[in-house]
Design a protein around this ligand. Sequence first.
Ligand code: ADP
Length: 240
Amino acid sequence: MGKVSMKLINEEGLRHDGRRPDEMRPVTMEVGVLSNSDGSALVSFGRTRVLAAVYGPREPPQRYMILPDRALLRVRYHMAPFSTSERKSPAPSRREIELSKVIREALEDIVLTHLYPRTSIDIFIEVLQADGGTRTAAVTAASLALADAGIPMKALVAGVAVGKIEGVLVLDVDEIEDGSGEADMPVAAAPDIGKITLFQLNGVLTREEIERGLDMALNAIQKLVEMEKEVLRKKYTFNV
Ligand code: ADP
């Protein structure tokens, strides 16, 4: 993507959409949005909107995929052709294949796969609208969809990206900031067990900036996980 030449931090220190550097976009979370999957969730971070659908534990489609001691976790991350301003080819790109792996690795150590040997748990991620931060919104949606499917996990996971624009560290970068920023650092974590499950850095940050950025991300992730719990509680608490 080409660099955009516009001022992204104004004189008051606010970002192009009026946010403070440590402010997230408005976040919404819904679970059980699809009736044909075992679990599902729809998550928005501002204009970024991601759907996750979970199927399983179920028999793997091919016998050779069977793992004798645990479930096979499969993740497909896909961007809908209408999710970007310029139509994206529906065929899986290298980026989508890589992100499917990154998202799977962000969940693999969290799901108690040993409880379901010889099965597969399939997570389909569909980016409905992309405005930056789709991989971290995807991990957040997948965590909710797994919980909605009743699949036991060590803890809930959420993610957010920290970026650096015009020398300032900012939380939850959108597409404009991502396209012209100096660095982008997506993070996902399970705060209840103190585990970082995804950490990437595109660009250059000093050691001090990485530490500060990580603190910003983990603070936000803690709040996102609280929000996940609230959404699940709302759906699964019955008044008798
Ligand atoms: P993330 O979505 O996790 O931030 P990237 O850092 O690769 O991943 O950012 C890509 C962003 O660029 C997307 O979120 C989206 O807003 C935007 N984008 C626009 N067109 C495309 C495209 N064809 N493929 C991928 N991303 C695109």
